[in-house]
Design a protein around this ligand. Structure first.
Ligand code: NAP
Length: 491
């Protein structure tokens, strides 16, 4: 067994949710992999598991299996596919604690947040179990009496999914559930940091037949990605991760005009107007900025606060942030866990150093926490200006940089001055302003007087260089469907 006691002190060796290989055509297998890679606990630096380093050859085998299995899966009545997804959802809910422990161990987020992610992931599976039965077509009034015109929707076929480490369960569920619901089959590649939460084991236990959902674990993302993009049996790539890798995948899909859905990076503005409910705005900022230690794509990245409330907001936010317990996600009461790895920690540190060197002031935090884990103290910066790195790049850490602004026009211009367009937030009282700002923000999602917007019932996704397509809601199924127009003539 390739698991260490660093993992099995949190999850039993005999857990039916632990697997130490990939999953191809219904078989747990290492394929031909001759090397292994380690999965670490970011809170302690300990090795949790060693997994086979699978690559292009195993990906090809998984694609072949998914391709062979797809027609029979698509031919099953939607109600049968729905029943299997429903079982999968029930398994996740019933075993949320055990699944959350695996997630906290490999990703670091506090256990309560990890449990929340498992239930969030399960909600997508439930949603698409329901949606599977509602893939409606349409009839179109024909322009002549001897014709009838209609539209049916059919699955795109084999889908390759590539997902990041920051929501290792939810990001997979959000893709695999709609794909399977409508009759596609999937080859999934989870992030190398978080392969243990890849969920295939639940699909297997729920009765998903062999070949329908396959998982490749490995650290050579580019090799696996090239096979997924270049293999003509794969009809679509669904990716969540950085804009940089999204661009590479889109280029690689160009030769075959392969469909792509891309959930990419963000640079979310979080705006507090003078007439906002300040307590609500502080709570919203805490939820949006510090959840998952600031490692979410919809995290408030730039906080714009109007001059009249700037000092009061900064003081209240800093007081709450200074009191947030930081530590190992398994410790009771911890609200902020470690960053995923040294690279993530170094980026956060460099953003803070850059801001301070250009005149920003640290109200609280501002430093890495010494020790084995990759911890950064929750931070609030004031006096932040547009020339600093925090204004342009995703910090992906627990740092709130506060910019001062005076007018609505000014803040909208600053908020939109980025190539990203995923999420934005604002807090305001006046209804006219609420509409005006909501419509003017160039983002796929806008939270108004709330810092939490994610839900399986909502279309999640970005515009500009934050991506293509939507996940969740009824719109999320469309990303895995082709429209076919039928015309009956000579009637
Ligand atoms: P990343 O570096 O882009 O990695 C994401 C996934 O892509 C991983 O599985 C990675 O594999 C794989 N990968 C890397 N290079 C590849 C290549 N050349 N070809 C194919 N696959 C490749 O992103 P990350 O640092 O893990 O995640 C953080 C980013 O994700 C942030 O920018 C965040 O905003 C974004 N994100 C967006 C959303 C959204 O819904 N819009 C949600 C969550 C996160 P390895 O792990 O093996 O390198």
């Amino acid at each position: 067994m390739a698991f260490t006691t660093a993992l099995t002190k949190h999850v039993s060796f005999s857990s039916r949710f632990l697997r130490d290989t990939g999953y191809i055509d219904g078989v747990w297998t290492a394929g031909d992999a001759s090397r292994t890679f380690d999965v670490l606990n970011p809170a302690t630096g300990e090795v949790l598991a060693s997994l086979p380093d699978m690559g292009a050859a195993e990906t090809r085998d998984a694609i072949t299996a998914a391709h062979a299995a797809q027609p029979a899966w698509a031919a099953r009545p939607a109600k049968e596919r729905a029943a299997i997804l429903r079982k999968w959802h029930e398994l996740m809910v019933a075993n949320a604690d055990e699944l959350a422990a695996i997630l906290t161990a490999e990703m670091g987020k506090p256990f309560a947040e990890a449990r929340g992610e498992i239930l969030y992931a399960a909600a997508y599976v439930e949603w698409y179990a329901e949606e599977a039965k509602r893939i409606y077509g349409e009839t179109i009034p024909a322009p002549s009496n001897d014709k009838r015109m209609m539209v049916i929707k059919q699955p795109v076929g084999v889908v390759g999914t590539i997902t990041p480490w920051n929501f290792p369960a939810a990001m997979i569920a959000r893709k695999v559930a709609p794909a399977l619901a409508v009759g596609c089959t999937v080859v999934s590649k989870p992030a190398e940091q978080t392969p243990l939460s890849a969920l295939a084991v639940l699909a297997e236990q729920a009765g998903v037949p062999a070949g329908i959902f396959n998982v490749i674990v490995g650290e050579d993302g580019p090799a696996i990605g090239k096979e997924l993009c270049g293999n003509d049996k794969v009809r679509k790539i669904s990716f969540t991760g950085s804009t940089e890798v999204g661009r590479i995948l889109m280029r690689q899909c160009a030769d075959q005009i392969k469909k792509v859905s891309l959930e990419l990076g963000g640079n979310a503005p979080f705006i507090v107007f003078d007439d906002a409910d300040l307590d609500a705005a502080v709570e919203g900022a805490l939820a949006s900025k510090y959840r998952n230690a600031g490692q979410t794509c919809v995290c408030a990245n730039r906080l714009y606060v109007q001059s009249g409330v700037y000092d009061a907001f900064a003081a209240r936010l800093a007081a709450k942030v200074a009191a947030m317990p930081v530590g190992d996600g398994f410790e009771a009461g911890v609200m902020v866990g470690p960053l995923i790895d040294d690279k993530g920690l170094a980026k956060v540190e460099s953003h803070v150093e850059d801001a301070v060197s250009k005149g920003a002031k640290v109200l609280t935090g501002g430093k890495r926490i010494k020790g084995a884990g990759t911890f950064f103290s929750p931070t609030v910066l004031t006096g932040v200006t547009s020339g600093m790195q925090v204004a342009r790049e995703e910090t992906f850490g627990p740092v709130a940089p506060l910019f001062r602004f005076d007018t609505v026009e000014d803040v909208i211009a600053q908020a939109n001055d980025t190539e990203f367009g995923l999420a934005a937030y604002f807090f305001a009282g006046d209804l006219k302003k609420v509409w005006r700002v909501a419509e003017a923000l160039e983002y796929g999602m806008v939270g108004i007087n709330t810092g939490l917007i994610s839900s399986e019932a909502a279309p999640f996704g970005g515009i500009k260089q934050s991506g293509l397509g939507r996940e969740g809601s009824r719109h999320g199924a469309d990303d895995y469907l082709e429209i076919k127009y039928l015309c009956i003539g000579n009637l």
